[in-house]
Each structure stands twice: as structure tokens, then as C-alpha cells.
Design a binder for this molecule. Structure first.
Ligand code: NAD
Ligand code: ZN
Ligand code: ZN
Length: 385
């Protein structure tokens, strides 16, 4: 089958790879109809993770079931399914508690498994024609009858919509709250959409990319462009000097200052100032335990110069981590189905698998207009029927 393979920093190519197939009786085999490029893929693309060469990328996947293992009872051939990016076994202590992003059995020695991800187990990604889904009954979300009609919305249930929602859950966003969201990438935009759905009173989205800020505005948020004046000044002015009730971090360790220079601590320290005393901060942007390629000595070890004194004095809370997609995907699916959520509004490009290497390059540069790229492997002429 054709697949998008990581060969090294800034080097991804479409290659012929062995077909994905059923390996365990609990597996499901999915023919991928849509698979997205994610900001998380860029950390790997830039060589800022320990991603091994030769691995198929892609963790935001949906498609049609073409084969099921003999122990699969719920999912049937022909079902349209969306796959959470994190893979759970369904029976460990964490999966049973809803923490499917931290499964204890599928990636021994580490809590958490995912498709096509550095350090998240041996699972191939779905930027390919076919994907093997372990524990298919547990991990497939069977989509409603309008699955094909609303495919570009439903595919967002694999990651960014639940992840944006998770940011608002970690920050405990309540109706009427003012919320500041750092990052107008796909995840930040989905956090804004989620905060709006939850009835937030005011939503501010910080970034310096005008095209992305425009999308934030279309989703009901106030754009805060930090290239024009410091974000903190704008947020304090909008909140009458108090700071926002809640804050969301949707950028991660490669966050930059206005000159485009990385400082991993810049947003976390700014959030402490931008959020009111006793406010909560949800961090879904990825931070890593080691980052040897960073130019910053602390960041190389996964540390940061964090203003803990100010944080403590303000009595704030921080919650972090991977989204447990399965905790939200079914409910968010209903919101799409009834027309109350429309995550596809942020899609900028719908292209074939062959065009993916070029899209990686452009999305990585945050080129104007490259917000969310979705790939349609069927456009490239499948090699297997
Ligand atoms: N926790 C999870 O489960 C989970 C899931 C998916 C993605 N993520 C992570 O979420 C983060 C965002 O993902 P994405 O797809 O939206 O990525 P993205 O890279 O497309 O977007 C990040 C945005 O942050 C902006 N930015 C950079 N520095 C900034 C600053 N100082 N202030 C404000 N904005 C700034 C960039 O201009 C960009 O628009 C990544 O770290 C990704 O790995 C986490
Ligand atoms: Zn993703
Ligand atoms: Zn588990």
C-alpha cells in the first residue's frame, strides 16, 4: 500500500509499504478515507522527537471497515468509523477510568499508545491506504448515517476537536467564563469552538498569524495579535485588569516570541499573568521530558524557568496532558450530527496522499492559508481493493 513515511528531519515521502493487515483476533482493518496532518506531526517532522526512520505517520484517521478479526463483535465490515489518536486496551486501570490516553498495556514501560507517533508504541500511522486498529471494538467510534456527507467534520473527532474540548475541561471552563486561549492553530481553534459550545462569556485567542486569527474570529472569539502589541496588555485591557477566568495552552514547547525565536517557558509564564487569581489553566500543547535539539540549556532537559512563586501566590491550578479522546468523541459526534458543531470550518486544504510531502513543508512554515490539511488517500488511486 501507499503510505507517507518519515525518513528523517524534514524528509517525508510517499512509499510502497507492506499492506496493513489483521494481526490479532481483536483487530479491525480500516480503509482510510480521510487522514489529517497535525501540529503534533510537525514536532516529529522537524526532528524534535525520537521518531524512528521508516515509520508511517498519521494519527487523525477515519475510514471504512474492510475486515474484522474473529473476536470482534460490535464493529462490522462496511461501518464508517473514526479512530481516536490514542489507542487503548479497554481493560487496564487507566482505560477503565476513562484515561485512554494513558493505557498501561499497549506500550509497555510507558502510559499511552498512539498511531504513527514518537515514543507511543510500534503502531503504524494512518497517512496510508489502510490502517490496523488494535482492540477494534473499543477503539472504533461507529459514525452515524451521515458519516460520508459530514466526513470532514467527523474526522476531527480523531484528535483536534476532543483535544480542544479537553483543554477547556482541564481549565474547567464554565458558562459565562472569560477564557484566554494561546494558539490559533487547529487545536486552539477547536478549544475556542468548545468554549463557545460550553457557553463561555468571552473567548480571546492569541497568535500572530492573521489567517488563523480570522478563523478564531469566525468561531466567535476575539483575536489577540501579539505581533501588534503584547498579548498580556490586550488581555488585561479586555478583562478590566483582572485577567481571564480560565486559560488554555494550545501551542506547546516550540512556542515563539514575536521574532519567531523559541522559548519553551514564554506562554506558561504569560498564562500565570493573563489568568486571574484562583483561575485554572489547561495545557494540551505538548511539552517533552527531553529536547536535545533545543538551543536552551534548561529545555534540553525538558525543564523550564517557571514563575512558580507568582503561580502559587495567585492560587491558580494547572492541569495537563494528552486528551482522552474516548471520553468526549461520542458526545461531540452527536453535536456534529445535530448541526451544533462544525469543526470542518477550519480546513484549508483537501489533497491526495502524493501531495502530502509538499503540504508538510508548507504547514511547517505556517504558510499563510495552511491551517488544517486533510488527506484523501483514495484520491491517489489505491493499490489494493
Ligand atoms: N494534548 C493532546 O492530546 C494533543 C493533541 C493534539 C495536538 N497537541 C499539541 O497541541 C499543540 C498545537 O497543535 P496544532 O495542531 O494547533 O499546532 P500548530 O503548530 O498548527 O499551531 C500552533 C500555533 O501556535 C502559535 N504560536 C506560536 N507561538 C505562540 C505564542 N507565543 N503565543 C501564541 N501563539 C503562538 C503558532 O503561530 C501556531 O499558529 C501542539 O503542541 C500539538 O502537538 C496535543
Ligand atoms: Zn493530532
Ligand atoms: Zn488500557
Amino acid at each position: 500500500m501507499k503510505a507517507l513515511v518519515y525518513y528523517g528531519p524534514f524528509d517525508v515521502r510517499v512509499s510502497e509499504m507492506p499492506d496493513a493487515e489483521i494481526e490479532q483476533p481483536t483487530d479491525v482493518l480500516v480503509k482510510i478515507t480521510t487522514t489529517n496532518i497535525c501540529g503534533s506531526d510537525l514536532h516529529m517532522y522537524e526532528g524534535r522527537t525520537n521518531m524512528e526512520s521508516g515509520k508511517i505517520l498519521g494519527h487523525e484517521n477515519m475510514g471504512k471497515v474492510v475486515e474484522v478479526g474473529k473476536s470482534v463483535t460490535q464493529i462490522k465490515v462496511g461501518d464508517m468509523v473514526c479512530l481516536p489518536f490514542n489507542i487503548g486496551c479497554g481493560h487496564c486501570k487507566n482505560c477503565e477510568s476513562g484515561y485512554t490516553g494513558y493505557c498501561l498495556t499497549l506500550n509497555p514501560g510507558f502510559a499511552g499508545a498512539a498511531y504513527g507517533f514518537a515514543g507511543m508504541g510500534p503502531y503504524s500511522g494512518g497517512q496510508a491506504e489502510y490502517l490496523r486498529v488494535p482492540f477494534g471494538d473499543f477503539n472504533c467510534l461507529k459514525l452515524p448515517e451521515d458519516a460520508e456527507e459530514k466526513e470532514n467534520d467527523y474526522v476531527m473527532l480523531s484528535d483536534i476537536f476532543p483535544t480542544g474540548y479537553h483543554a477547556t475541561e482541564l481549565a474547567n471552563v464554565q458558562p459565562g467564563d472569560s477564557v484566554v486561549i494561546y494558539g490559533a492553530g487547529p487545536v486552539g481553534l477547536m478549544a475556542a469552538h468548545s468554549a463557545d459550545i460550553k457557553g463561555a462569556g468571552m473567548i480571546m485567542v492569541v497568535d500572530d498569524k492573521p489567517d488563523r486569527l480570522k478563523l478564531a474570529e469566525e468561531l466567535g472569539a476575539i483575536p489577540v495579535d501579539f505581533s501588534k502589541s503584547p498579548a498580556l496588555d490586550q488581555i488585561l485591557e479586555l478583562t478590566k485588569g483582572l485577567g481571564a477566568d480560565k486559560g488554555c495552552e494550545c501551542v506547546g514547547y516550540q512556542c515563539c516570541d514575536k521574532h519567531g525565536v523559541e522559548h519553551s517557558n514564554i506562554i506558561m509564564n504569560e498564562l500565570v499573568q493573563a489568568v486571574k487569581a484562583t483561575g485554572s489553566i489547561g495545557v494540551v500543547g505538548v511539552y517533552v521530558p527531553e529536547d536535545p535539539k533545543s538551543k536552551d540549556e534548561l529545555q534540553k532537559k525538558g525543564h523550564m524557568d517557571f514563575d512558580f512563586g507568582q503561580f502559587w501566590m495567585k492560587g491558580q491550578r494547572i492541569a495537563t496532558g494528552q486528551a482522552n479522546v474516548k471520553s468526549y468523541n461520542r458526545q461531540l459526534c452527536t453535536l456534529i450530527s445535530i448541526g451544533k458543531a462544525h469543526p470542518s470550518s477550519i480546513i484549508s486544504h483537501e489533497i491526495s496522499l502524493e501531495e502530502a510531502p509538499d503540504a508538510y513543508k508548507r504547514f511547517d512554515k505556517r504558510e499563510n492559508g495552511y491551517t488544517k490539511v486533510i488527506l484523501k488517500p483514495e484520491m491517489s488511486g489505491p493499490s489494493k481493493t
